[in-house]
Design a protein around this ligand. Sequence first.
Ligand code: GNR
Ligand code: NI
Length: 171
Amino acid sequence: MALLPIIETPDPRLRTISEPVERVDDALRALMDDMLATMYAAPGIGLAAIQVAVPKRVLVIDLQENDVKTPRFFVNPEIVWESDEFSAYKEGCLSVPEQYADVERPARVRVRYLDYDGNTREEEMDGLLATCIQHEMDHLNGVLFIDHLSKLKRDMLLKKLDKARRTAGAA
Ligand code: GNR
Ligand code: NI
């Protein structure tokens, strides 16, 4: 297993539309294992392949509730249903480090995907899992959580990020 470098905004590769996976094979499973290790090390609760500069429709999630590891792997995920009801969650992103803002998304979604073994599955999700998979699926389409904010809020957040980076550089 290897830890992979996570790319950060404004890296233009984060704007890539990732390509569907043709088959779930050992090479793809090796990528998913490396993504999971990278996500745990970050630490984060989700990671899309494009965040490690691989433009494939693959993502990993582990909410680690009660400190219990429950890795989940999603290949070619599609939202087949979403609730009319929305919920807001304070989101962050490993590619927009240490910046947080409220984002509203459908509270529940039903997702079709291929699992670690390449089997088709469908699952309804709510709560943080629903928020997280929508955040990760946005990455597959080149979208970041800051794109859901008003221009004013986005610009303020990016300015704070810039300032944090400059402060870190001076230290
Ligand atoms: O670690 C992460 N935490 C998080 C918190 C709220 C909503 C979404 C996330 S995903 C993020 C990791 C990440 O950047 N995934 O793309
Ligand atoms: Ni993210």
